[in-house]
Design a protein around this ligand. Structure first.
Ligand code: PMP
Length: 364
C-alpha cells in the first residue's frame, strides 16, 4: 500500500463542509494476521515490552478496577516521567499516543494566520493537523542529503516550528546545538521537537527545557518501549506550556488514558535498564543491516532511528516494494516527490533482517 492520501474532496449531505474537505492521514498497513509476514512497515519494536510492564497486566483485580473512571490527570505516570528526566510533574503532559499530544500542541500553540514551519519531507501527519486546525503550512526543503537547513527557518512572522528529531521518514538526526539555534530564532513562538525515535542514538532536547520557555519535547512509548498498542505519548516543557495543553485536553476529553494504560506505562517508564538494552539490540541490528545493504549497492541515509531510508540499486523502490510484498515482507513506500526512489524499512530482529537482505539479493 502506498502512502497516498485520498485526493478528491468527498461529499455527503450530512457532513459539514470542513469534514468534506479533510484529507485524512493514512496509517501504514496493519494486516489482520501477521503469522507468515515479516512486518517492517510501521516502526514497531520487534521485541515484547519490559517484563515489568507485562507483569502489571497479570495483576489481580485489574479488570474490576475498570468500574471507576481513571485518574484524569495521570498523576503517578506524570511524576514517573518527570523523575526520569529530572523535571517537575507539572512539566509533563500525557496523551493517547503522541499523535493525540501533537494534535493538542497544534491547537494550543501554533498561531494563526502566521505559517507553521516544518521540513518538506517529514511526518505526514503534520500537514493533516494543519488542515484540521486551519493552520497555514510552510514547508522548508531539506538539503539534497536530507539534512535540515536550520538557517532557512529564519522566517519572519512564523506561527511556530515543528520537526521530528530524528526526522521521519529519513532517520536523519539534528544535533542539539542546531535545535538551540531554532529556539533562539523564534523566542516568541513554540518550537515542538517530536522525539518519537530519539532513544535509538540521539540526545534528547529535554535537557534544554529549563532554559527555553518556548520548547516542547514530545515522546512516545510506541517505538523504543515496544508499546504501540497501548497508545501512550507525552510532552515535556515548562509548566506554562503544559497548562496550555491541559486546557485543550480538558475541553476535548478529560479521560484520554485508561487506568490500565496508566499503570502499564508507569512500569515501562520506570524500567530504564530494559529500555537501554532493547535499544542497544535494535541499534546493533540496524548497523548490521545497513552494512549488508550498502555492500549490495543500496544508498542509505545515516539513521539514528529504528528504521532506515534506503534507495535500491538497479530497480525502482516501487518495484522492490512489490517484490518484497510478494515474499511476505512489508516495508513502507511513499509515492511522493523527492522520496519516491526510497523505501523506509523498520528494524526487526536479526533473523527478520537477514530474511530481508536475502530477499533483496534474490530480487536484485
Ligand atoms: N511522530 C512521529 C515522527 C512518528 O513517526 C509517529 C508514528 N507514526 C508518531 C509521532 C506517532 O506515534 P504514536 O501516536 O504511536 O505515539
Amino acid at each position: 500500500m502506498s502512502d497516498q492520501m485520498s485526493d478528491q474532496p468527498q461529499d455527503n449531505p450530512f457532513w459539514s463542509p470542513a469534514v468534506a474537505q479533510l484529507q485524512p492521514y493514512v496509517p501504514g498497513e496493519q494486516p489482520k494476521t501477521t503469522a507468515r509476514l515479516i512486518k517492517l512497515n510501521t516502526n514497531e519494536s520487534p521485541y515484547p515490552p519490559s517484563p515489568k510492564a507485562q507483569a502489571v497486566l497479570q495483576q489481580e483485580g485489574l479488570a474490576a478496577h475498570l468500574r471507576l473512571y481513571p485518574d484524569p490527570e495521570s498523576a503517578e505516570l506524570c511524576a514517573t516521567i518527570a523523575a526520569e528526566f529530572g523535571l517537575q510533574p507539572d512539566q509533563v503532559f500525557v496523551g493517547n499516543g503522541s499523535d493525540e499530544v501533537l494534535a493538542h500542541a497544534f491547537y494550543s500553540f501554533f498561531k494563526r494566520p502566521e505559517p507553521l514551519l516544518f521540513p518538506d519531507i517529514t511526518y505526514s501527519f503534520y500537514p493533516v493537523y494543519c488542515q484540521f486546525f486551519e493552520i497555514e503550512a510552510r514547508k522548508l526543503p531539506l538539503r539534497d542529503d536530507f539534512s535540515i537547513a536550520v538557517e532557512d527557518y529564519a522566517v519572519e512572522n512564523a506561527g511556530g516550528v515543528i520537526l521530528p528529531n530524528p526526522n521521519a521518514p529519513t532517520g536523519r538526526y539534528l544535533p542539539l546545538a542546531e535545535i538551540e539555534q531554532l529556539l533562539q530564532l523564534h523566542p516568541q513562538r513554540v518550537v515542538v521537537i517530536d522525539e518519537a525515535y530519539i532513544d535509538f542514538g540521539g540526545e534528547s532536547a529535554a535537557t534544554l527545557i529549563d532554559r527555553y520557555p518556548n520548547l516542547l519535547v514530545i515522546h512516545t512509548l510506541s517505538k523504543s518501549h515496544a508499546l504501540a498498542g497501548l497508545r501512550l505519548g507525552y510532552a515535556m516543557g515548562q509548566a506554562h506550556l503544559i497548562e496550555g495543553l491541559n486546557r485543550a485536553k480538558n475541553s476535548f476529553n478529560s479521560y484520554p488514558i485508561d487506568g490500565i494504560a496508566q499503570k502499564v506505562a508507569t512500569a515501562a517508564i520506570a524500567d530504564r535498564a530494559w529500555l537501554v538494552d532493547n535499544c542497544a539490540k535494535v541499534i546493533a541490528t540496524r548497523e548490521r543491516t545497513c552494512a549488508a545493504l550498502t555492500e549490495m549497492g543500496f544508498d542509505i541515509v545515516p539513521s539514528k532511528a529504528n528504521f532506515i531510508f534506503a534507495k535500491p540499486p538497479k530497480i525502482s523502490a516501487e518495484a522492490l516494494f512489490v517484490a518484497l510484498r510478494e515474499r511476505n515482507i512489508i516495508v513502507r513506500y511513499f509515492n511522493k516527490p523527492r522520496i519516491s526512489e526510497y523505501l523506509r524499512i523498520s528494524i526487526g530482529t536479526d533473523e527478520e533482517m537477514d530474511a530481508l537482505v536475502e530477499a533483496c539479493r534474490e530480487v536484485l
